[in-house]
Design a protein around this ligand. Structure first.
Ligand code: HXC
Length: 249
């Protein structure tokens, strides 16, 4: 990844920060985007302390104009993007009959429209040929989970979006894929979905590998997917979930 530029939306925390650190550790110059300047600053400082080079831009992925400006300014400073990761996400547990239309829309706006905004507005600034785009999906896109109508619907949209963009942009040498992480340790997403030790135990019983995943395991998969060994892979959604999607025995 030496000499490559990687733009990571949602990169100030959680899985996406893990991905940014993984890309940086392999030599990429990373640019982080999220809403929160304080979190961005501390994420960039962390990456610098590890010997990497991290720039950041603050924007809400729901705001297409702000995303377009952030991507244009980043490309002017760092050059064309070799890698774009779109992982900014919002989520909470809520039964559909207690979810407002605005609550549903908020998650769809962040996860699905946000991914469209990031990929659509990165398009003018992508390295051709060679750019690789990775969206972060979730198992509930294909295996419905109760109290996750909003997140499942949004991520199902993400899965189709990456396949469509892979078709449209393939001839330009741009690959578009998604990774579907299951429950990853030490992330806000998992903490929100498993609030008690009993819930954790119940959850582990549904995962064939019997454990949570790690941020490093997701970062390693991104490194593979954006690298030359995955050069013929586009339009896929790769599950990295300990077998969660298979269901229980
Ligand atoms: C019901 C809720 C709610 C909840 C918010 N809403 N939290 N409804 N239950 N727990 C509703 C609000 O009432 C409101 O609707 C609407 O959603 C918007 O809420 P706001 O707080 O105004 O929005 P905002 O400030 O933009 O916050 C967005 C957010 C936020 C999604 C609600 O809380 C957030 O970003 N949370 C955490 C981020 C996160 O967890 N990221 C990791 C995702 S991991 P009304 O009608 O009242 O106006 C992931 C994958 C997990 O997604 C995969 C595991 C396998």
């Amino acid at each position: 990844m030496v000499g490559k530029v990687a733009f990571v939306a949602g990169g100030s925390s959680g899985i996406n920060l893990g991905i940014a650190r993984g890309l940086s550790a392999e030599g990429a110059q990373v640019v982080l985007l999220s809403r929160d300047e304080t979190k961005l600053q501390s994420a960039a400082t962390l990456i610098s302390s590890e010997g990497g080079r991290a720039d950041w831009v603050a924007a809400d992925v729901r705001d297409a104009d702000a995303v377009a400006v952030a991507l244009r300014r980043s490309a002017e400073r760092q050059g064309s993007f070799d890698v774009v990761v779109s992982g900014a996400a919002g989520n909470f547990l809520a039964p559909a009959n207690r979810l407002s239309s605005n609550g549903f829309r908020t998650v769809v706006d962040i996860d699905l429209v946000g991914t469209f905004n990031v990929f659509r507005h990165s398009y003018p600034h992508l390295r051709r040929p060679g750019a690789s785009l990775v969206a972060i999906s979730a198992p509930q896109a294909v295996r419905p989970m109760a109290e996750q109508a909003h997140a499942g619907a949004a991520k199902a949209g993400v899965n189709v979006l990456v396949k469509t963009l892979a078709m449209e942009w393939g001839r330009e040498g741009i690959r578009v894929n998604a990774i579907s992480p299951g429950f990853i340790a030490d992330t806000e997403g998992t903490t929100r979905l498993i609030s008690t030790p009993e819930a954790r135990e119940r959850l582990l019983n549904t995962i064939p590998l019997g454990r949570l995943g790690t941020k490093d395991e997701i970062a390693d998969l991104v490194l593979f997917l954006v690298g030359p060994k995955a050069g013929y892979i586009t339009g896929t959604v790769l599950d990295c979930d300990g077998g969660l999607i298979l269901g229980t025995r």
